[in-house]
Design a binder for this molecule. Structure first.
Ligand code: NDP
Length: 315
């Protein structure tokens, strides 16, 4: 551990659309934000291809390029962006909060904005990794459009999978839903919607043995979990919707979370249960999970942090 302790007015943890937007607002409000950008600067958008639903880009933009522009805008107003991780936190006392970066640099922060995002869960089979971005995707809303009029498959049986299957069914000619058990996990209403959509075919008791194709998806080989029987389906797109994991493990024990680790904020604000600690983006949102909603909540977090600091100064 280094002996020097750095004092920061506003520390932003994470560098997706939420973190960068918080940085732009915080920097312009002269909070001199320091951002720890994490191991994958730019977050989930850096592993998507074209983003066509973010307002302001009528021709669409590649995810990594968009995050590069967000970064430049945050830097332009003076955000100090560091390519490292916050490795531990201590929110047990009042502000300033003690945090450790990269396991050896101690920081005292008057406010902390958490924008650590969430990571999609993957099946973990080699063909999924090989074909990621070449027909394999974890976001139907982002990538479904590229499969207009084509046949696709989606894995999962929760609300997300049902919602995304319904979304894909409007765009694609056929949607296979690959469900590992003989029942759904999703709510009744979602299941009804799926079952009443003529171009969705649900394949129960099925797991993905392999996604087929060399440089793009051409099919999937499925295994019946009860009989062991193998069968192939011809598809162009393969969507994985088996849940997300919010990147909030280091805040356990300090911040209120739901049972799956999503941070809880006071409705209509970015405030957590600890005064001076704010949360935005996918780390606190399991429902919308869009770049534009994350950016909006990042703006809220910076404004909340600014107001918190101003109120403290006035007190
Ligand atoms: P869930 O954890 O609810 O569901 C994950 C699904 O993926 C389960 O059906 C699970 O199967 C399946 N699964 C997990 N691992 C594998 C695997 N290796 N192979 C095949 N299938 C697998 O995640 P969701 O993202 O669907 O939902 C998360 C939360 O967000 C839920 O609370 C949900 O209700 C909520 N939500 C609400 C929405 C709304 O209200 N509009 C929209 C979207 C989400 P199994 O069932 O066999 O375990």
């Amino acid at each position: 551990m280094s002996t020097s302790v750095e004092h920061i007015e506003c520390l932003i943890v994470g560098s997706g659309p939420a973190g960068y937007t918080a940085a732009i607002y915080a920097a312009r409000a002269d909070l001199k934000p320091v951002m720890y950008a994490g191991m994958q600067p730019g977050g989930q958008l850096t592993i998507t291809t074209e983003v066509e639903n973010y307002p302001g880009y009528p021709e669409g933009i590649m995810g990594p390029e968009m995050m590069e522009l967000f970064r430049k805008q945050a830097e332009r107003f003076g955000t100090d962006i560091r390519y490292g991780m916050i490795t531990s936190v201590d929110f047990s006392g009042k502000a300033p909060f003690r945090l450790v970066a990269d396991e050896n640099h101690e920081i005292l922060a008057d406010t902390v904005i958490i924008a650590t995002g969430a990571s999609a869960k993957w099946l973990g089979i080699p063909s999924e990794e090989k074909l990621n971005g070449r027909g394999v995707s974890a976001c139907a809303v982002c990538d479904g459009f590229f499969f207009r009029g084509k046949d696709v498959a989606i894995v999962g049986a929760g609300d997300t999978a049902c919602e995304e299957a319904s979304y894909l069914a409007k765009i694609c000619s056929k949607v296979y839903m690959i469900v590992r058990r003989d029942e759904f996990r999703a709510s009744k209403a979602m299941v009804n919607r799926v079952m009443n959509t003529p171009n969705i075919e649900v394949l129960f008791d099925s797991e993905t043995d392999e996604i087929l194709g060399e440089d793009k998806v051409i099919g999937a080989r499925l295994k019946n979990t009860k009989t062991g029987e193998l069968k192939e389906i011809a598809i162009n797109g393969f969507f994985v919707a088996i849940g997300h994991h919010p990147n909030t493990d280091i805040f356990k024990g300090f911040l209120d979370m739901d049972e799956t680790g999503y941070l809880q904020t006071i409705p209509g604000t970015s405030k957590t249960n600890i005064e001076g600690v704010f949360a935005c983006g996918d780390a606190q949102d399991k429902v919308y999970r869009q770049a534009v909603t994350a950016a909006g909540s990042g703006c809220m977090a910076a404004l909340d942090a600014e107001r918190y600091l101003a109120a403290k100064q006035d007190a």
